[in-house]
Design a protein around this ligand. Structure first.
Ligand code: NFA
Length: 102
């Protein structure tokens, strides 16, 4: 390789380029006012949980203060948080939803 001058050689390494995306947990937080059934509905509607899985997560949050709804890439996690926060506000519930890097 190179322009003019003595002949040189360039060794090109072929790297397998499969980088994993950063992942984010979406979490919901407990509060004293949001109805349990509303939280179960949120988990079914936005996180594709069946009633049994949704109820387990809701009760975990109720007893421990916080719990995981799912793990997503940045853009999907951000969308879930916005959807849940908008839905809770629309129904005048104080439910909080956040994301954190795994
Ligand atoms: N703690 C709420 C209640 O007793 C239920 C709840 C669960 C709220 C999980 C937010 C998250 N009504």
């Amino acid at each position: 390789g190179g322009t003019g001058g003595p002949a040189t050689s360039v060794i090109t390494k072929v790297k397998p380029k499969t980088k994993r995306p950063n992942l984010y947990r979406v979490l919901i937080l407990n509060d004293d006012y949001t109805p349990m059934e509303f939280v179960v509905h949120v988990l079914e509607k936005f996180f594709q949980k069946d009633v049994e899985a949704a109820t387990k997560i809701m009760l975990h949050v109720h007893h421990h203060g916080i719990g995981e709804c799912g793990v997503f890439t940045y853009e999907i996690a951000e969308t879930k948080v916005t959807q849940v926060m908008d839905f809770a506000r629309k129904h005048q519930h104080p439910l909080q939803c956040v994301m954190e890097k795994k």
